[in-house]
Design a protein around this ligand. Structure first.
Ligand SMILES: Cc1cc2nc3c(=O)[nH]c(=O)nc-3n(C[C@H](O)[C@H](O)[C@H](O)COP(=O)(O)O)c2cc1C
Length: 361
């Protein structure tokens, strides 16, 4: 049996090794170089491949990038990639289709900014997907387009300050989408109530070995692994130390505990200005795609305003809590789709994507 002192000592030595840190890890050079290639706007006339590159910078569950793109002359189709499902946390592909909606929104915004107005068709039924037909028109200066390479999920403590009413209205307006409603909660009592749902959801997930294993499989502790895979959740992007993978395994076992995660979520939510909840009118892939489009615009508008956001989806990922949370929202018969906190904080390192060639169908 491991004594408490030994556990603390091994935790400390792991922490000391981890102090190698983001800034000092020599191989961060290749990570930074990859980011510079991926996270830039398009110069000149956009090719479909360049539009795909910006599309893939969208938010997506566990950074699995569960998409394939089919390119035709003036059309880009975004299709699910079933090899990148996360079947434990997302057994019905809800997050997968929301992620496709986020990717579609980036593509549409980028194309329109470059004079290619987009018409979107969502194919529902047995093989849901999205077709984006590109026309031609004037190019337009759009702050949401400028925000595409700068948007990130910022999983850190925020500054605890409120967001102005004007900015809240801009966020709500950017997220407007047929078939989707967005509720903003800025009162402390509401944030505390949501926090209790998040803690209950996180506790259930941390008690589930299958959930923990699936999450672990998508974590990337070393920049080498993050660059080699181009996917997953790289430590630095969650404000955690960077380290070789073999130390990362020990770090994960020592520090990724239910209590530590619940404490972190309390700090995160209490320091946020508010929480946004996105709810589609119906629970089907077409509406999940719409929710993704709405959320991505919210996140880009937030970025343009210097406002950060991060997901706290535990209450909608644990089925038994989801209906209780829907009841708390006052809509017991509708499935809430996303829960996102927002506020101001410094940026964390950006996450990587796979190269465009890897996502072409
Ligand atoms: C449908 C969906 C669900 C997500 N769920 C979570 C979540 O529960 N916790 C979290 O920290 N991030 C969550 N995220 C954020 C992703 O992990 C993030 O978008 C991805 O790692 C890429 O990083 P980036 O947003 O910084 O580009 C979710 C994103 C989407 C689109």
């Amino acid at each position: 049996m491991v004594s408490r002192r030994t556990a603390i000592a091994s935790g400390l030595s792991v922490a000391a090794l981890a102090a190698i840190g983001y800034g000092f890890w020599p191989r961060m050079d290749s990570y930074r170089a990859a980011l510079e290639r991926q996270r830039r706007l398009i110069s000149g006339d956009p090719t479909l491949r360049e539009l795909v590159r910006l599309s893939t910078l969208a938010a997506n569950g566990h950074n699995t990038q569960p998409w394939k793109y089919r390119l035709e002359e003036a059309q880009v189709s975004i299709l699910p990639d079933p090899t990148r499902r996360t079947e434990v946390v997302d057994p019905d592909d809800h997050h997968l289709y929301v992620s496709l909606g986020c990717a579609a929104e980036n593509l549409i915004i980028a194309a329109q900014a470059h004079g290619r107005p987009a018409e979107v068709m969502i194919a529902d039924g047995p093989a849901p997907g999205i077709a984006v037909a590109l026309g031609s028109g004037p190019s337009a200066d759009d702050p949401l387009y400028q925000a595409i390479p700068l948007r990130q999920s910022t999983r850190s403590v925020y500054d605890g300050q409120p967001v102005s009413t004007t900015d809240l209205e801009l966020l709500t307006s950017a997220a407007t989408e047929d078939g989707v409603s967005v509720q903003l909660f800025t009162e402390a009592a509401d944030r505390e109530a949501i926090l209790e749902f998040v803690v209950a959801g996180n506790s259930a997930q941390m008690d589930d070995p299958a959930f923990v294993k699936e999450l672990r499989d998508w974590l990337r502790f070393s920049p080498d692994t993050a660059v080699a895979t181009g996917d997953g959740l790289f430590s630095a992007c969650s404000g955690n130390p960077v380290m070789p993978d073999w130390i990362g395994d020990r770090f994960f076992d020592a520090f990724f505990t239910k209590d530590a995660e619940n404490t972190k979520y309390r700090d995160h939510i209490r320091s946020s200005a508010g929480v946004a909840v996105f709810t589609g009118d119906r629970a089907d892939p077409a509406h999940w795609i719409r929710v993704g489009r709405s959320y991505e615009r919210f996140a880009l508008q937030a970025t343009a305003l210097g406002i950060r956001n991060a997901h706290i989806n535990q209450p909608i990922e644990v089925p038994s809590l989801r209906s209780e949370f829907a009841g708390w929202l006052g809509t017991p018969d509708v499935r809430p789709d996303l829960i996102v906190r927002f506020g101001r904080a410094p940026a964390l390192p950006m996450s990587l994507r796979r190269p465009v060639e890897a996502v072409l169908a």
